[in-house]
Design a protein around this ligand. Structure first.
Ligand code: NI
Length: 176
């Protein structure tokens, strides 16, 4: 499977996404291919719209070994995780502003305020229901990737007004 990363202003990044209903061999192949793209691009998460597929699917993984050369702070590892059809059911009141990047917006790092803890209901790669309670780095990645599934990008959420004006479309009613 040959996938490449869609970047702004590719409309697929803003398109409504379809529920994943079939957890077959083809989906597993897609997941494997997305994981490879994520590794190749040095990302910590990748949502299906970012490879041109408007489906409610994302992969997440953080292996500090792969980021050894970065001088940034290294959080603990996050084992490979697949989420399909995710829904945030709880967000902490406490928020934190940190710089975020996105493979679909090359060269842009912007401050984004996110809840420090979340609860997410989703299905895994087999279609089994899973409930994730996360804080810190994983909570941030989950919010970022789930945003992608609603057509929302970091430039819509950033606290940097100039960047927001430059790139943004309003955050969809979904998320407000
Ligand atoms: Ni992104």
């Amino acid at each position: 499977m040959n996938l490449s990363v869609a970047t702004v202003p590719n409309p697929v990044l803003r398109a409504p996404t379809q529920t994943v209903g079939v957890f077959d061999e083809e989906l597993q192949t897609l997941i494997t291919a997305m994981r490879q793209v994520m590794h190749g691009a040095k990302g910590v998460g990748l949502a299906a719209p970012q490879v041109g597929l408007a489906r409610k699917l994302a992969v997440i993984e953080y292996d500090p070994e792969r980021f050894r050369d970065d001088d940034r702070h290294h959080p603990g590892p996050i084992p490979f995780l697949v989420i399909t059809n995710p829904r945030i059911t709880q967000l902490s009141h406490e928020q934190e502003v940190l710089d975020e990047g996105c493979l679909s917006i090359p060269e842009v790092g912007v401050p984004v305020s996110r809840a420090v803890a979340v609860t997410v209901l989703a299905q895994n790669e087999k279609g089994e229901r899973i409930r994730l309670r996360a804080k810190g780095f994983l909570a941030r990645i989950l919010q970022h990737e789930i945003d992608h599934l609603h057509g929302t990008l970091i430039v819509d959420r950033t606290t940097d007004k100039k960047i927001r004006k430059q790139f943004s479309q309003p955050v969809s009613s979904h998320d407000s």
